[in-house]
Design a protein around this ligand. Sequence first.
Ligand SMILES: Nc1nc(O)c(N)c(N[C@@H]2O[C@H](COP(=O)(O)O)[C@@H](O)[C@H]2O)n1
Length: 161
Amino acid sequence: MTIYFYKVWQPYGCFSNFSSHPIQIHGTYWSTVEHYYQAQKFVGSKDAVIIPVIHAAATPEEAAALGRCNSRTLRLDWDVVKTQVMREAVLKKFLTHTDIREILLATGDEMIVENSPTDYFWGCGTDKTGNNHLGKILMNVREEIRRLRLYSVITSDCLTE
Ligand SMILES: Nc1nc(O)c(N)c(N[C@@H]2O[C@H](COP(=O)(O)O)[C@@H](O)[C@H]2O)n1
């Protein structure tokens, strides 16, 4: 059965990038994946001054609003790198937090879909025809963690929080 998620207070809300699961990437601590993702839009752009403002945003909603402001200039390669940026952050989130890692692994091989009514890139959109790239990343991360877990059993290494 397909697993749909969207808002943090709904079932599987921990799969949302807005969930309160901090990550540390490249030496910097980010309150949510959404804070990190929105800030990466401006790395190397003329509007990079907004990065610390996004970093300090009180909520992921605020971070998203800052990152979505149309008057700012995105980095030139954003469309090329955004999926990789998202995958790195989502992988880090599920490697960092044991409780939600177990929730992700417990979904087995079910299809995971971000049930956004508006987003046809990261989600499925209103009519469910969207690309669902966030759902695909979550399924890919699920596989990656299984591989890492198998490797850790073989080498007696362990995944730690
Ligand atoms: N508005 C909104 N509310 C939420 O609760 C969401 N989970 C999302 N979706 C996320 O928005 C991000 C994409 O932002 P851009 O359109 O690229 O600025 C991505 O993290 C989606 O998962 N949106």
